[in-house]
Design a binder for this molecule. Sequence first.
Ligand code: IMP
Ligand code: MG
Length: 183
Amino acid sequence: MRYTHETMPQTILVSRRVIEETVSRLAAEIANDYQGKNLVAVGVLKGAFIFMADLVRQINMPLEINFITVSSYNDGTESSGTITVHQDITTDLKGKDVLVIEDIVDTGYTLCFLLEHLKVRGARNVRLCALADKPSRRTHNVAIDYLGFTVPDRFIVGYGLDYDNRFRYLPDMYALEEYDDNC
Ligand code: IMP
Ligand code: MG
């Protein structure tokens, strides 16, 4: 199965208004839980860049910003991909409260790796905030501490999410149309 990506996606799955309300709700929950703590928000690039920018501006407390760049390469099977860290965080995490900011949790493989990768750096605790969850494709158990919304098993673009690096700039989230190679 492939996706139509030469034309603009047509089906809005989550509108900018719903995204905005969701981001406000998450920011309020996070601010409430982390008051007085040394919060370090770690955005997972590139997908989380827009979500992260909107979220941190609404978390009403001092925090540190950091980014990590990862990619996963599958060698044919979903569960045996290799995660590569292209750009690691440089801050000392000892004794800090780390909140990973991710666009979407799909198989869970990336986050499973990443949460462990950050825990061994000596953080006091590591939690996860994800804008979207696609639980139907999960192969690795991941606890999402702050979740925006659950999405169906569709390929989603917009608001930072891409297909082949396209469509990240769209303010709403769309489901890409599928087409069958055999047709
Ligand atoms: P994982 O399968 O949970 O390891 O997800 C790996 C990464 O794939 C996520 O961080 C996303 O950046 C990307 N991804 C997963 N599902 C989608 C989608 O529907 N649209 C765009 N990117 C996705
Ligand atoms: Mg991502």
